[in-house]
Design a protein around this ligand. Sequence first.
Ligand SMILES: [Zn+2]
Length: 167
Amino acid sequence: MTNFSAQELRWTWEKLWDISGSNFLKLIKDYNSCGISSTNPIMINKTGDCAQISCNNITFCNIANETAFKVVLIHELGHIVYHYTGANAMKTEHLNLYKPSSGSIHAVTSYGATDVTENYPEMLTYYLNPSVSEQTSIKHTNSTIPYSKPENADYYQLANKILCGGT
Ligand SMILES: [Zn+2]
């Protein structure tokens, strides 16, 4: 991680520790199709834009709010799971929930409704930040907790299977 303050590094460490009982880190690292290792680590550089760039590269923006920082951290790492984890990411199951054969798009959050590739990390993010309301790197004001909505129960179940199923 480069260009982060001591506080931001602490928030990162706290969040990764917080979720260390789930499969999340295993999914982004051990099943990464470009082979993450000590010589090919995942790099997170604070450049001003929050985005997932490649299988081992994330850029980060300035987020002064601790809760939003932790949400966006998991969201960006969640993109790596979506694109590089393979079968363990259960993308087909996710797509079936997102675009049911009958009816319109069903998204975890309003940001998730912008694209299937955004909804997937949103699904993981709020499972791993269970008491947090819907927010993005620029908007922390929404009062809805995504998994408090009954219509998101199917996503909760899938996130549970991906993140806590099996080992
Ligand atoms: Zn995203």
